[in-house]
Write a protein that binds this ligand. Structure first.
Ligand code: SF4
Ligand code: SF4
Length: 437
């Protein structure tokens, strides 16, 4: 491809389709303007003429009249030299989301569990939860009025239901006093539900996420307890609560994503939102194995999305959702309260038994007091920001944000390159499918 400097400096990214889609014509290209969520399809000859036309515009030597040149005019109206709005906190005092990990206790033993090493018997006490909430829902800390509180693992949060209930009630009191709007969510393995929890979901308008691998044989091999989780989903649906189901896609179910949608349609007709995220940290024996898995995941994900459209089910994933967002950095910086009272930047790292714990933990809540290290927080968040040279020319950069520190910390350079190719291909498929916001 020709020199793209004049395009790139306007935040316009040329993409040769055949680099990602084997059936694409040799000369077919896409020119992407991520900051306006728009693109135009063209061929390499047009792209070359365009880059020359823009370079001439820049040097003031061009005879071309943009109003008569459709592509040049498109470029000029889609050019930008502004960065997207910052999506990250510069200090813990700016965070709008608090994640509470009430325990590291789990009644499941999932084959791909990210938290398995940290499982134990720790549980947050009310004093610690109270101190974290008093700090978080505090008009002296933030002028934002919408704050987000989620409960997740570590372990299974609803095994500590009395702690979750305490957090809901106490935060509501603080919000009423301080004039905040609170938005709640939880992520559960679906093994715990009762009438009190159902009532609380309605009373506090909690967004519910259930981790469930949908097909009975897959759930029972990867997570266990298909019947128990199916019963929880039935209970929620019976009470007009419509959770998002989060499924982990591994080599075992990567080719069965359409079947998963069909099973949901037939067995759980009220479910409308599925999130199919690929497994992280799976021990592929070769990098080619990882690449093939990414390709299979992408193909089958988009087939499942189409299958979902025909039965009114939205099939998404974190990476698919990212295409509708603009991110300067992959890591927005979290305030995640771990079961031992530590504060981690990411809920995926929550126990001193995990290798990344010391790198991710920047504060604590102890003896009724919140404390944190501002410079460590900034340092962690600052690491996930287009640090690879390829990021500068990468058309996915404003959706990817340079890769999440957790996901890149344990990967080899070859694995990171495979991941980047996958992110670009997956993003391209989303664009061609018409994701726009
Ligand atoms: S339910 Fe969650 S925390 Fe428990 S084993 Fe499975 S993935 Fe790990
Ligand atoms: S996909 Fe890779 S190269 Fe592109 S922005 Fe993300 S980390 Fe950087």
């Amino acid at each position: 491809m020709n020199d793209s400097t004049a395009l790139l400096k306007r935040q316009l990214f040329p993409v040769r389709l055949a680099d990602y889609l084997p059936d694409a014509a040799e000369k077919a290209c896409l020119l992407y303007a991520p900051l306006s969520h728009d693109f135009v399809l063209l061929d390499t000859d047009e792209l070359e003429a365009l880059a020359d036309g823009l370079a001439e515009c820049d040097s003031g030597t061009g005879a071309s009249r943009p109003e008569h040149d459709r592509l040049l005019s498109w470029c000029l109206t889609h050019s930008s030299d502004a960065l997207p709005k910052a999506n990250y906190a510069m200090s813990p005092s700016q965070v709008r989301s608090l994640t509470i990990l009430p325990n590291n206790i789990c009644n499941f033993s999932c084959s791909y569990c990210y938290a398995a090493k940290g499982h134990g018997s720790d549980e947050l006490d009310e004093e610690t939860i109270r101190a974290a909430l008093d700090w978080f829902v505090n008009p002296g800390r933030t002028t934002e009025r919408d704050l987000y509180i989620s409960f997740g693992g570590g372990g299974e949060p609803l095994l500590s239901w009395p702690r979750v209930r305490f957090a809901l009630r106490h935060s509501r009191e603080l919000a009423l006093r301080g004039g905040f709007r609170l938005h709640y969510s939880y992520a559960s393995n679906g093994s715990v539900i009762d009438n009190e929890i159902v009532s609380a979901i309605k009373e506090f308008a909690i967004k519910v996420n259930i981790s469930f691998d949908i097909l009975e044989d897959v759930q029972d091999r990867q997570r266990g307890s298909y019947r128990l989780v199916a019963k929880t989903l039935d209970t929620l649906l019976l009470n007009a609560i419509f959770p998002t189901v989060n499924s982990v896609i591994t080599p075992l179910n990567v080719h069965r994503q359409c079947e998963m949608v069909e099973h949901v349609h037939a067995r759980f007709p009220g479910l409308r939102r599925l999130s199919f995220d690929h497994v992280e940290g799976y021990p592929f024996s070769t990098v080619d194995g990882l690449r093939n898995f990414y390709d299979d995941y992408t193909e089958n994900f988009y087939s499942a999305r189409s299958a979902g459209v025909s039965c009114g089910i939205d099939v998404s994933s974190i990476k698919h959702h990212n295409v509708s967002l603009l991110k300067q950095r992959a890591c927005a910086g979290g305030f995640d309260l771990c079961p031992d009272g530590s504060v981690s930047v990411c809920f995926l790292v929550s126990s001193p038994r995990e290798a990344l714990f010391d790198r991710f933990v920047y504060g604590s809540v102890h003896d009724g007091r919140v404390s944190y290290d501002e410079s460590k927080f900034l340092d962690i968040v600052g690491r996930s920001t287009h640090s690879r040279p390829q990021c500068a020319h990468c058309f996915a950069r404003w959706h990817c944000g340079g890769g999440c520190l957790y996901n890149t910390s344990s990967k080899s350079q070859e694995e990171i390159d495979a991941m980047c190719h996958f992110i670009r291909k997956f993003t391209l498929r989303a664009l061609l499918e018409g994701v726009k916001n």
